[in-house]
Design a protein around this ligand. Structure first.
Ligand code: URP
Ligand code: ZN
Ligand code: ZN
Length: 467
């Protein structure tokens, strides 16, 4: 099967030029300047010619931080791998990296097996896993080597959630030491969970139980402190560190300081920290619960610093931390006690469109949009150049994007299995027109043409960002 994508503007992390893309079976076979003799010669031999005139042609989005079907706080995130990856496809994302959770007292491998079974045969797009280390035992440390050899090359630890996922500084140091030896990347949820728990207890004792107190009890300074500590622990062990879901100026300041010293420190932010704010958690009644995630949404003033961090590469990835819970019955578990609200927001479907608004408003360039949503996550998590770039030999994960179409984000039209949207009613410019996953068209003009199980598990290499 030969497909020719013709007449579009091919956008990469390096630039943009009118280019025709020849796809053979699952891979990109060749590129040629649109209108060139070579490109024209492909028309006759193609089984299908897709007209991309006036469209952008970009590598499919890679969302390096999702939580499908994840147990949390007595409930489970509402997207399965089937519904969540289909929604991702609608939004122009062709690969996710989810998190397999090690249960306390159990092995990393059993966590990975459990998550593999959840995803197996159900995904619309390709997928892979990071491992969450929630019990840093001698055995788990040894297992890190095994997982790296199996293509699970990144490990998340938590400085938050004491008693659940929390790791001590000793645990973190040991895991980083192991990673510095085997080339893995440690991903850090950086918030000082011990201090936060004390602040939360005082708030509850004062009767402060509304959703907004979720944010007020997790100050940005305690994210900054934890990021700084994680960076210094990484420095001592000579391991790289990747800060997940960075939300605030103090946290970013710590990353900038370390990168300016030349340390291998990387960070991701998420659309919710760029577009939503603490005010959303303070909406009337219980509606603020829709916006409860961790780290929490910050006062609006933090957003400009995060956009600047994206421009300067101090923030090199935008992922979603997609972790949806329905408002009815799931978020409502926290009525009368904000600590019982399951933490997390839906977002896997809206990431590409939302970050494109940064191009429209001039916050980032067109190439930077592609870089932070696709190319950098591919490099960071050992997927490049198979993913994250449209080049001969790469998987034909390709999105045709209409840069001028208008749409309104709404739960009534989204495909995520969740009963609300954090961006309800927001008008955006740009829309996914077509999506190819390994050469197969899975979205065509707003219709899903893929199938559950088309997505394959991808074994990853080591991070390329460190080379
Ligand atoms: O609120 C969040 N972020 N939920 C998902 C778990 C995590 O810490 O990433
Ligand atoms: Zn986290
Ligand atoms: Zn997360």
């Amino acid at each position: 099967m030969r497909t020719l994508i013709r007449g579009g503007l091919l956008v990469s992390a390096e630039g943009a030029s009118p280019t025709d893309v020849l796809v053979e079976e699952e891979r990109v076979a060749a590129l040629a300047a649109s209108g060139s003799q070579l490109a024209e010669s492909w028309v006759a031999g193609s089984d299908r010619v897709v007209d991309a005139t006036a469209m952008y042609v970009i590598p499919g989005g890679i969302d390096a931080h999702t939580h499908m079907d994840m147990p949390f706080g007595g409930t489970t995130s509402s997207d399965t791998f089937e519904t969540g990856t289909r929604a991702a496809a609608f939004g122009g994302t062709t690969m996710i990296v989810d998190f397999a959770i090690q249960k306390k007292g159990e092995s990393l491998q059993s966590g990975l097996d459990e998550w593999m079974a959840k995803a197996d045969g159900t995904c619309a797009i390709d997928y892979s896993f990071h491992a969450i280390l929630s019990d840093v035992s001698e055995t788990a440390l040894k297992e890190m080597d095994v997982l790296v050899s199996e293509g699970v090359t990144s490990f998340k630890l938590f400085m938050a959630y004491p008693g659940v996922f929390y790791s001590t500084d000793r645990d973190i140091l040991q895991a980083m030491d192991k990673a510095s030896g085997n080339g893995a990347l440690v991903m850090m949820h950086a918030e000082n969970g011990i201090a936060i728990d004390a602040i939360v207890a005082s708030a509850l004792a004062r009767g402060e139980t509304d959703p907004v107190f979720h944010g007020r009890t997790r100050p940005a300074e305690l994210e900054g402190e934890a990021v700084h500590r994680a960076i210094r622990l990484a420095q001592v062990t000579r391991a790289p560190v990747y800060i997940v879901h960075l939300s605030s100026t103090p946290a970013l300041d710590a990353v900038v300081e370390a990168r300016d010293r030349g340390q291998n420190v990387f960070a991701e932010t998420c659309p919710q920290y760029l577009f939503l704010s603490e005010e959303d958690m303070d909406r009337p009644g219980f509606e603020g619960a829709k916006f409860v995630c961790t780290p929490p949404l910050r006062p609006r003033e933090h957003q400009a610093a995060l956009w600047r961090g994206l421009r300067t590469d101090d923030l090199s990835v935008v992922a979603t931390d997609h972790c949806p819970f329905c408002y009815k019955e799931q978020k409502e578990l926290g009525i009368g006690d904000f600590t019982k609200i399951p933490n997390g927001l839906p977002g896997v479907e809206t990431r590409m469109d939302l970050i494109y608004q940064g191009v429209v408003s001039g916050e980032i360039s067109l190439s930077r949009w592609v870089e932070v949503t696709s190319t950098n996550p591919a490099k960071m998590f050992g997927l490049y150049p198979r993913k994250g770039v449209v080049t001969p030999g790469a998987d034909a994960d390709i999105v045709i994007y209409d840069p001028t179409a208008r749409q309104t984000i709404s739960a009534a039209t989204h495909h995520m299995a969740v009963d609300y949207s954090c961006y309800e009613g927001m008008d955006v410019t740009g829309r996914v027109e077509a999506v190819f996953s390994r050469g197969r068209q899975i979205v065509e003009n707003g219709t899903y043409t893929g199938e559950a199980g088309h997505g394959s598990y991808v074994r990853r290499g080591l991070s390329r960002h460190l080379a």
